[in-house]
Every structure is written in structure tokens, then in C-alpha cells.
Design a protein around this ligand. Structure first.
Ligand code: PNS
Length: 171
């Protein structure tokens, strides 16, 4: 297909939040197709398993016709090449985000030339981070208005399962 712009919104999505959804929605207005890439961050041990993160992301973007969700099994740049994506889109909330994202953006461009587009976080969701959502939920706080439908229940269920048995995640 000629001249179709494809961008990937990559992340751990553990879980997807309203902040992520804002970035994906804005990316969908800039590119013909957007793929939410649920990837592995070797620095984190997720609370939610891969299929759950994908399912929750799919539900969240169901109303966006030019957005789909896929697992990214390995290197993000390989995935971009496979699907013909020429850009990555990430949200930035603050300087710490920028410090974390800049080396990845430069490495990805070094590897294959794929560019990263940074979108400033919307003020309405700038305080939302997956790690904080999990922390608030862990101590019984209200997270339903921070995440898309269905996510809060899945987080609470995963935390309950963790508490009753297996190991713990890291951020
Ligand atoms: O939501 P996160 O955890 O900040 O997202 C980071 C993520 C998953 C996008 C990053 O770790 C990644 O790209 N992982 C895939 C493997 C890869 O390509 N690593 C090299 C990055 S320069």
C-alpha cells in the first residue's frame, strides 16, 4: 500500500491508562494507522500478563477505527520494519520522562532510522502513570477514573492474586 503513514505507540501498558489513551487518540489524528505496541521492558516485571495487557488495550481503543493493538515480541525497531511503521509516538509528562525517552528515541533512530514523535501530555491526565495507578490500587485507593473501562477491575484482580500467592512486580 503506497503512502500510508503508520505509527507505533509503544509501551508496557501495565496497565493502559487514560494518559496512554490520550496519546493514542491524538496519534490517530496525525497518522493513517496507529498500532499500540505492547512490548517487553526488561527493566520492569509487569503485574498484568501480556495477553491481559493486550486485551485491555484492545478494549480501550475499540472506538478508534484506525488503531489496532499488537504484541511486540522483540526489538521495537524490528516490529516497526515488519509492519511498515515510520514513526514512534510517545507522550511526555515531564523532564524525567524526557530523560528516559531520549536515549531510546536516539537508539531506535540509530538502529533503523525510525523517528520518535513526542506529544506533550494533556493537563487533564498529566498526573497519571501506570506505576502510580498500581500503587494507589495496592493500598485500596480509587483508580476507576484514571484508567479505561475494565482496567481497574483487572488491576485489582491481579493484585489480589499476587497477595494470595505468587511473587511481585517491579516498576
Ligand atoms: O511503557 P514503557 O515501559 O516506558 O515502554 C518502554 C518500551 C517497552 C517501549 C521499551 O522498553 C521497548 O522498546 N522495549 C522493546 C525492546 C526494545 O526495542 N528495546 C530497545 C529500546 S531502545
Amino acid at each position: 500500500m503506497a503512502d500510508v503513514s503508520i505509527a507505533v505507540c509503544p509501551g508496557s501498558f501495565d496497565p493502559i491508562t487514560l494518559g496512554h489513551l490520550d496519546v493514542v487518540t491524538r496519534a490517530a489524528a496525525l497518522f493513517d494507522q496507529v498500532v499500540v505496541g505492547v512490548a517487553v521492558n526488561t527493566g520492569k516485571r509487569p503485574l498484568l500478563d501480556g495477553p491481559t495487557r493486550v486485551r485491555l488495550a484492545e478494549k480501550a481503543v475499540a472506538g478508534l477505527p484506525n488503531v489496532r493493538v499488537e504484541r511486540v515480541p522483540g526489538l521495537l525497531v524490528d516490529f516497526c520494519r515488519e509492519i511498515g511503521a515510520t514513526a514512534l509516538v510517545k507522550g511526555l509528562r515531564n523532564g524525567a520522562d524526557y530523560d528516559g525517552e531520549l536515549p531510546m528515541a536516539l537508539m531506535n533512530r540509530h538502529l533503523t532510522g525510525v523517528e520518535t514523535v513526542f506529544l506533550p501530555a494533556d493537563r487533564a491526565v498529566i498526573h497519571i502513570a501506570s506505576s502510580l495507578v498500581k500503587d494507589v490500587a495496592r493500598y485500596g485507593g480509587e483508580i476507576d477514573d484514571l484508567v479505561p473501562d475494565g482496567v481497574a477491575d483487572a488491576v485489582r484482580a491481579a493484585l489480589a492474586e499476587r497477595t494470595s500467592g505468587a511473587g511481585g512486580e517491579t516498576r
